[in-house]
Structure formats: structure tokens, C-alpha cells
Ligand binder design. Structure first.
Ligand SMILES: *Cc1c(COP(=O)(O)O)cnc(C)c1O
Length: 376
């Protein structure tokens, strides 16, 4: 194979087992949105369930329906949709829905009536992220209306939840502390309205690993499921007992000797400083390799880390290997666990000015996924 994102399903399973341990009495919802952060929705979901996840989390309805269509009956929460999307198939499939306002509540009730199924809802409080969720002044009326709908039998409020703004802020970030306090108030308001959810949940990966006081009944780790550290300044994956699940590799398509002063790739943003060997790697931004990796990110090739030479183009980039013996078809590792000396997704993130979430998630649909471990 030319290029592949190799995903170790046993790593995902083991990472979830570590998170389950960390969560103590709380359950674990493995977040598998965005094609399992690029690792593959269904294989990741199955591996996470094997590791002890009792819930799955996704952003969109079709992601939840794909989980159900594959025969997975684990509770799954979908939290982002627009008014034109039909909630009935999700309600019929027993998908839990994140609800932010009265309009969504009404549409969930209608879907329940249409399908003859009780709609399972998680009311979301906006505790300070100002993204989804009901703001503080509208939270009481949302709880009241949901309690009324529950009494009428069309819905069941299975969850109350919120989401942190500073994922990498560490356990003592003042905004996270403020949000935790606002969430506690929101729970009190909901309780006063008679709501008795199965699960109250707030913690992302970082809070799961570093802030036990925020675990409540359920934690929602995403990044850590895939073995990456959400708080690199506080610890590496290994420090948290996690193992990166994805290795992105390719093969050298061509090598050639070029003279000193050769401009390399578009705009000649790299110029050889002496006669040297160039190796051509058949991956580019069409595969999710950031163009910002130009002259910045490193790869492991022929036993050494080497920086990308010149502009990353749509399908290819070049590496200057000097006088080393490098041949067409040699393997190149862009990133992986780091155990064999290759860069990590975190290294790539630092090199291109983003976060490792984006590095793994953007690995494109053109790159085949190869699975090892589990029932691969
Ligand atoms: C993506 C997401 C998560 C997971 O966040 P991580 O930082 O990857 O652990 C949890 N909850 C919500 C609402 C999300 O959108």
C-alpha cells in the first residue's frame, strides 16, 4: 500500500480502560464524532465499548444513526442539528438528543409523537462557552417545559450537561472553576423543576484526567480515547497511561540527486545548500497534511527524523535526505506513538501551530485506514 493511517484498536480499548479507571464511579462516554477523530467511527466505537465505554458521543444525527445501523445498541448522544433536520429517525433508533432551547424541545416532542417512541433528551446548560446550550436566563424555562413534556409522557430527560471552554486549561483554570459552579446552580434549578436525569455530565478528556470533582455521573473524553494528551503541558500520553492509536505512514515514490542551489517545490521555499538527494513522498494537503507543515514538520525516514523541504502541495511533498541511502519504496512515518523515534501528532501540532486534535482528525478520506488489534 502507498499510504495508510494505521489504527491500533487495542490501544483505543486500553485507553478507554484507563479512562474508565480514572472516572471512578462515573460512566464513560467515548466521543467518536468526526469519524472517530479520523480513526474510523465504527471500529473506534466498538473498541471503546470493549474498553468499558457505556455511552458513545457524536455531534451529528447521521453519526448516531451509523452507530445504530451497524448494530451497536450502546446509548449514544448526538448534540448538534439544525431546524430542517428530521429528528424522527433518531428518536425511532433510540438516540439520545442534546437539547438547547424550547424550539428543539418542541421538535423532539413532535418526533416522539410521530414515532410513538419516548424521546430521550439531554438538556444542555451554557455555563460559559457561549456555543450550544441554554444561557442562564433561559435555563429555568427550558427545564420547566421539559418537565411538563416528561409528565405528558412524550420525552424523558435522561441527561443534564454542559461543556468546558478551556479544554487545555488544566484543573485549576478560573474559567473552568466558574463553569463548574454555574453548572452546579443549573443542576439545582433542574432538580427544583422535578427533573431526575440518569446522568449529569461536564468533563471532557482534560477534566476526566485532571479534575475528578467534575466527573459527576458520566465523563465525555474524546481525544484521550485515541491516546493523545489533552493537556500536553501537564503530561504526555505516556504520563497518563495512554497510547496514541494512529500511525500515519507512506512510502518514498522517487529519489533523485540534485545540485546545490536547486529550488524545491512550489515557490522554491527550500533551496538545496549542496548537492543532495531528494525523496518524494506521495501525500499532501489533499490527504490532510497541513500546508503549514512547509519547511516545518518532520518525518521519520531511513532511521532519522527529517524536516519537510519546501511547500507541501496537494498530493506530495519532498524531504532532503543529504547523502544518506534512501530508496524508492522506503517507508516513511509522518507521525505515530513516538516509540520508534517517529514524530507524534503533538510534534506536528507544535510545528504547524495547531492542536493534535486537528492533526489526526483532518487525515483525509483519501487515506485508507488499516486496523490492527481488536477484531480488525
Ligand atoms: C468533542 C467534544 C467532547 C470531547 O472533547 P475532548 O476534548 O476531545 O475530550 C466532549 N463533549 C463535547 C460536547 C464535545 O463537542
Amino acid at each position: 500500500m502507498r499510504s495508510a493511517a494505521c489504527v491500533d484498536l487495542d490501544a483505543i480499548r486500553d485507553n478507554v480502560a484507563v479512562l474508565t479507571e480514572r472516572a471512578g464511579r462515573a460512566q464513560v462516554m467515548a466521543v467518536v464524532k468526526a469519524d472517530g477523530y479520523g480513526h474510523g467511527l465504527l471500529p473506534s466505537a466498538r473498541a471503546a465499548v470493549r474498553g468499558g465505554a457505556t455511552w458513545l458521543g457524536v455531534a451529528f444525527l447521521e453519526e448516531a444513526l451509523a452507530v445504530r445501523a451497524a448494530g451497536l445498541d450502546t446509548p449514544v448522544l448526538a448534540w448538534l442539528f439544525t431546524p430542517s433536520e428530521d429528528l424522527a429517525p433518531a428518536v425511532a433508533a433510540g438516540v439520545d438528543l442534546g437539547v438547547y432551547d424550547l424550539a428543539e424541545l418542541g421538535r423532539a416532542q413532535a418526533a416522539a409523537e410521530q414515532t410513538g417512541r419516548v424521546a430521550r433528551l439531554h438538556l444542555k446548560a451554557d455555563t460559559g462557552l457561549s456555543r450550544g446550550g441554554a444561557p442562564r436566563d433561559l435555563w429555568p424555562e427550558l427545564c420547566q417545559a421539559a418537565a411538563k413534556a416528561e409528565a405528558e409522557g412524550s420525552v424523558r430527560v435522561t441527561g443534564l450537561w454542559s461543556h468546558f471552554a478551556f479544554a487545555d486549561g488544566g484543573p485549576d483554570h478560573p474559567v473552568n472553576n466558574r463553569q463548574t459552579a454555574v453548572f452546579a446552580e443549573a443542576l439545582d434549578v433542574a432538580t427544583a423543576q422535578g427533573l431526575q436525569p440518569e446522568v449529569r455530565h461536564l468533563a471532557n478528556s482534560a477534566a476526566t484526567l485532571t479534575a475528578p470533582a467534575t466527573h459527576y455521573d458520566l465523563v465525555r473524553p474524546g481525544l484521550a480515547v485515541y491516546g493523545l494528551s489533552p493537556v500536553p503541558q501537564l503530561g504526555s500520553p505516556r504520563d497518563f497511561g495512554l497510547r496514541p492509536a494512529m500511525t500515519l505512514r507512506s512510502r518514498v515514490a522517487l529519489t533523485k540527486r540534485v545540485p546545490e542551489g536547486s529550488g524545491v517545490s512550489y515557490l522554491h521555499r527550500y533551496v538545496t545548500s549542496c548537492e543532495t538527494t531528494l525523496a518524494l513522498i506521495p501525500m499532501g494537503y489533499g490527504d490532510g497534511i497541513p500546508r503549514a507543515a512547509t519547511n516545518a514538520a518532520e518525518v521519520l525516514l531511513a532511521g532519522r527524523r527529517r524536516r519537510i523541504a519546501g511547500t507541501v502541495s496537494m498530493d506530495q511533498f519532498v524531504v532532503d535526505v543529504g547523502d544518506d541511502e534512501v530508496f524508492a519504496d522506503d517507508e516513511v512515518v509522518l507521525f505515530g506513538s513516538g516509540d520508534a523515534g517517529e514524530p507524534t501528532a503533538e510534534d506536528w501540532a507544535r510545528a504547524v501551530g495547531t492542536i493534535d486534535y486537528e492533526i489526526v482528525t483532518r487525515v483525509g478520506g483519501r487515506v485508507p485506514r488499516e486496523y490492527v488489534g481488536g477484531d480488525a
